[in-house]
Design a protein around this ligand. Structure first.
Ligand code: IYR
Length: 219
């Protein structure tokens, strides 16, 4: 039997549980995806704290199959923007279906991605389908998409609760990120999150979330 520890757990009474759940809902429900960033600097410590929070996510066999690259260097941001816009140009001019383009109309997106250079940081999340052992041998990871997806959800919540904004950007294909950031062969770019403060006067689409009865069924 491997070693165990007593669980550190602070129980809440029923009323405190209800209040805590409601407070957390209120905090997260004000989150909006933002595409217009202010160039205002954000302390590195805040970003480090946010990434530390994401890295507390549960993962298959506790393999923690993620790596977070934070890009603050303007030259590297510019390189990423150029490569992403090249791919997005192709997406918007033939690779995406008419139905897809129609679904995106309300967001007003196009192939240009100025947020990749205006946001003070780009967090590029990599997934690791396998780890490399001391002799370069492949060590399998499990439920990698689920694990990294959960970590990204926690990252987005941490960004929001720190008073910052982001957009979940998935330039497609995004393998150029592995090359630009010179990442090892066992890492695959998973998600790109520009992080910072919203531009003055930033606007967001007038859209609503689904009603509870559409998203929840009790049995
Ligand atoms: N990746 C493209 C297109 C795009 C796709 C979806 I689905 C969105 O919700 C938003 C955009 C882009 O970033 O413009």
């Amino acid at each position: 039997m491997s070693p165990t520890l007593p669980l550190s757990f602070a129980p809440l009474d029923a009323r405190a549980t209800e209040a805590a759940a409601a407070d957390f809902y209120r905090s997260l429900s004000s989150r909006r995806t933002v595409r217009d960033f202010a160039p205002t600097p954000v302390p590195r410590e805040v970003i480090e704290q946010i990434v530390a929070t994401a890295a507390t996510a549960p993962s298959g066999a506790h393999k923690q199959p993620w790596h977070f690259c934070v890009v603050a260097d303007p030259a590297i941001k510019q390189q990423i923007r150029e490569a992403a816009e090249k791919e997005e140009y192709e997406n918007y001019h033939g690779r995406m279906s008419a139905e897809w383009l129609d679904d995106l109309k309300i967001f007003g997106t196009d192939w240009q991605k100025p947020f990749l250079t205006t946001a003070p940081y780009l967090i590029v999340v990599f997934k690791k389908p396998y780890d490399l052992g001391p002799n370069g041998e492949k060590q399998k990871n499990y439920y990698v998409n689920e694990s990294v997806g959960i970590a990204c959800g926690m990252l987005i919540a941490a960004i929001h609760l720190a008073g910052l904004v982001t957009v979940t950007h998935t330039p497609s294909p995004m393998n150029f990120l592995q090359r630009v950031l010179d990442r090892p062969e066992n890492e695959r770019a998973y998600l790109l999150l520009p992080v910072g403060l919203p531009a003055a006067g930033a606007r967001v689409p007038a859209i609503e979330r689904k009603a509870m009865e559409e998203v929840l069924s009790w049995y």
